[in-house]
Design a protein around this ligand. Sequence first.
Ligand code: ADP
Ligand code: ZN
Length: 707
Amino acid sequence: MIMEKAKEILKKYYGYSEFRPGQTKIIESLLAGRDTMAIMPTGAGKSICFQIPAMLLPGVTIVISPLISLMKDQVDGLSDQGISATYINSTLSAAEVRQRLARISAGYCKLIYVAPERLEVESFQAALRQLNISLVAIDEAHCVSQWGHDFRPGFRNISPFIANLPLRPVIGAFTATATEEVKGDVVSLLSLKQPDVYVTGFDRPNLSFTVLRGEDKQKYILNYLKSNSRQAGIIYAATRKEVDGLYELLLKRGIAVGRYHAGLSDDERAVQQECFIYDDIRVMVATNAFGMGIDKSNVRYVIHYNMPKNMESYYQEAGRSGRDGEPGECILLFSAQDTLLQKFLIDKSVENPARKQHELRKLQQMVDYCHTPECLRQYILRYFGETVLSGECGNCGNCEEEGELIDITLDAQKVFSCVYRMKERFGVAMIADVLKGSKNKKVQQFGLDQLPTYGLMSEYTVQDLKTLVQRLVATQYLSLTEGEYPIVKLTPQAFAVLKNLAGVWQKGVKQRKMDADDGLFELLRQLRKSIAEREQVPPYLIFADSTLKEMSKYCPKDEGALRQIKGVGELKLKKYGAEFLQLIRENTDDILKPTVTEVTPKESKKEKASHLITLEQFQQGQDLEQIAHIRGLTLSTVQNHLNRCSSEGYEVDWDRLIPKQYEDLIVTVINNVGAAALRPIKEALPEEIGYAAIKAVIGKHFCQKIS
Ligand code: ADP
Ligand code: ZN
């Protein structure tokens, strides 16, 4: 009943017809008055999980968020959807704060966003105590934990604040970090009372993952940006210096690029961030300081110029692509120096020895990700503690068959033999110089121009040779020593190649091109941009890319058809509908494009229907509980999926679900009481026979009888 209301709100205010896996349970739990901890990956749709309960509960919801920079956008976005919300943080004057508090007390707001540091101010706490607070939602709840990657002392104010309220509200804690340490801290430091904990699937099927090892990074990025010039993306680098260098390079090539790191002034950072969010610049080069405050849903790629320090950071940063559910590309450019750099940073920043060990272990798991030959998605999911399906995902660099293998054994042998003759005492640059036959003074000083490998690969440029050596380091034929001047050493793998016991192959790098030639989409995007400027909100808050894509595909001609497009809620329909409809009418070729009435978005979706995914997993050997858990569905839904498959003619191995000794009995009972309702069947059977077995028997013997 209440969930039907919730679904109505979802359609009316957000324009979505279905909750995503996981959202339903979290909303149900909060509405039932239970403290709830939700662990969801970035982009899975956390906000809706507390915003919809906020609208359904009496009184107000306090949203505690560390992201001051984001509050205004979030609140603007909500207002744009017709949801009353406000925020209170340090950017407001005392008078503004008083004004807002008065509006809140008068009942004008359902959601109030506050920064945790505010809770230190006693007068502010006192003002909040006057309100009827039903729910406290804590966003990025891992910030309370020292084990997390973004510890914020202000979060320690939350628990005393709640304890001082006249009536204890329900608490919802939201985070994307799932490690046991963090989970424990969130529950205890936020004083959650016997919380329901939900971990929704960490899989983001719309993201593709690729690791490229030893690539010429700059060249790769320039090429990539050339083929994807119309897409928005983030390039993460490890240090300010790297960010500045890459930024200058891209700027020189005439690319509309921004940069972001802690060395810039607050103002400059704010401007850069805004340009990116408003689609004025397409590419942002940044350190990991950038992003916690980014809600932009149409980021199409995230490239890591350097490997980050652990998988949590990587998945969170990479996960900023494709939040709108459209394809997103996550590329990690690995080089062995990245490992050394991260080790150095950990060494410098972490004192506690136990903690240091902990960080180094996590780093090793990150390095392993860069080297694993298995499916990258499976590696990620396993890392986050999910049961992993067998088989490959088909959407990561290791699963895709394309990209032919090139035999580079001969070149590799030349490099190895040169390293060997240089007595494994030099760095990458020197090796490249010797192979090239460079007249470099140092080469002569050390007498390296006397080696038989001197000039052995003079047909290459020095840069190409460096890249080749890097690649052989990244693929672990060579290794680098630690320290300021890393020295290249041979590994046992390289000796095997030298002795002709093994060959070296390299995967040809292929590049996706995401720029599509969809004229109407481009026009819609321009319209969105001009409306965004007029309304002074970021374009993605007007409509997500996915919404514009659907518009350009189905060309809705009237309000009714436009309402069916995913992401078009009532208020937005009223505010922007006419302009978009007019543009679509003016620019469509009636004959070529299908209309919404002919093809409903649902049917034409490329992705597999949900019940068929269940069947596939079942056939791969998962049991129903596992499938339900992984997909965030109820057991009963999963059972129903199988019955539906069966009635559509798919083979289902029912015997796995039916206890042999009871099969005949169940059949007899169903013959007596009919298959229309399950409860009478269950009641006529021994206690130990569950619904799963009954549904399975129906599937096997009576399938055509149920609709
Ligand atoms: P998170 O905070 O978990 O990173 P958000 O709450 O920002 O993610 O949601 C990510 C995107 O997914 C947003 O564009 C949001 O509108 C969209 N979204 C959330 N729930 C749904 C849903 N049930 N159906 C379709 N899109 C959704
Ligand atoms: Zn894969």
